[in-house]
Design a protein around this ligand. Structure first.
Ligand SMILES: [Zn+2]
Length: 288
């Protein structure tokens, strides 16, 4: 069921002045002064170029997950649709540590979990959940899931996040707690579908007794950054609760303002460029 109160992040139109060359700005972070070094959304001449870009950013997202300690054996899956064949998606190979994912071991799979390109096996549980979400929501471009320490711990409470910080506000009315199939390994197709149907337009999902999920209609960069942010928000919530002091929370108006200005899909993409550049510079084997 979709919740009407939950929003699409890309539908918020901010009234911002253009830059000094008259180019439209969609975020307060985009410089008004042209000619400065600043990440630009790439433009592609063909599907091959776009596929290459998406695969590189998927590899970097996997390695970012390793840097953050999000690995737990073979658990955890990240997916991004293929630009030419959107019914297929690129994902990390089964039983390869996030830190070892590279351009050459990514696999391309269909909704049924059949590997159509690549040498490695696919994670069955990953396929069930991701395949169901990608099939249910054609607009979802990318998705991340892992069994993280704080996310999984907070998910056990069955409670949504409180708006205790500007960072948490990125999930204001854009995250859900899903109890369906809670704690059961999601290998059954109907279980994956049940979870998928409850995700709705939410950016983040706290799957009770299981772990975190993020979905993006924008990019793997966006899904990966907000996953990192969601885990951090869960950690901060646990830290605050552990003090026994009732936290001050953001007003509804402030939380909404923060989400619109610093919590858009574009901002998720923008945040991730720092991570991508760091990994590309320090782990050149990601391109192997
Ligand atoms: Zn899982």
């Amino acid at each position: 069921m979709l919740d009407d109160e939950h929003v699409r992040h890309d539908e918020v139109a901010l009234d911002l002045p253009p830059d000094d060359r008259g180019r439209k700005r969609t975020s307060i972070y985009q410089p008004e002064q042209s000619g400065l070094i600043f990440p630009e959304m790439p433009e592609f001449n063909n599907h091959a170029e776009e596929r290459e870009y998406r695969k590189k950013h998927l590899v970097a997202a996997c390695r970012a997950f390793a840097m953050h300690g999000f690995d737990y054996g073979f658990a955890g899956h990240l997916t991004i649709r293929d630009p030419e064949r959107p019914e297929l998606y690129w994902t990390n190979p089964m039983c390869v540590h996030f830190s070892q994912v590279s351009m050459s071991n990514l696999i391309l799979a269909d909704h049924k979990g059949r590997v159509v390109e690549g040498r490695y096996a696919i994670n069955r549980a990953g396929f069930v959940l991701h395949g169901a979400v990608h099939e249910e929501y054609p607009e979802v471009m990318a998705m991340c899931h892992a069994h993280t320490m704080y996310g999984t711990a907070w998910c056990a409470t069955g409670r949504p996040l409180d708006m205790i910080s500007q960072d948490a506000a990125a999930f204001y009315k854009s995250h859900a707690v899903i109890g369906a199939s809670a704690g059961a390994v999601a290998v059954e197709a109907k279980s994956g579908l049940s979870v998928a149907q409850q995700i709705g337009l939410n950016r983040g999902v706290l799957h009770q007794n299981h772990g975190l999920l993020t979905c993006s209609r924008h990019s793997i960069d966006d899904a990966a950054f907000w996953f990192i942010a969601l885990e951090r928000a869960c950690q901060q919530q646990i830290l605050v609760e552990s003090t026994g002091i009732k936290p001050q929370t953001l007003s509804e108006k402030t939380a909404q303002y923060s989400r619109e200005h610093v919590g858009s899909d574009y901002i998720g993409w923008l945040h991730f460029q720092t991570v991508y550049d760091h990994i590309a510079a320090t782990q050149p084997d990601m391109f192997d």
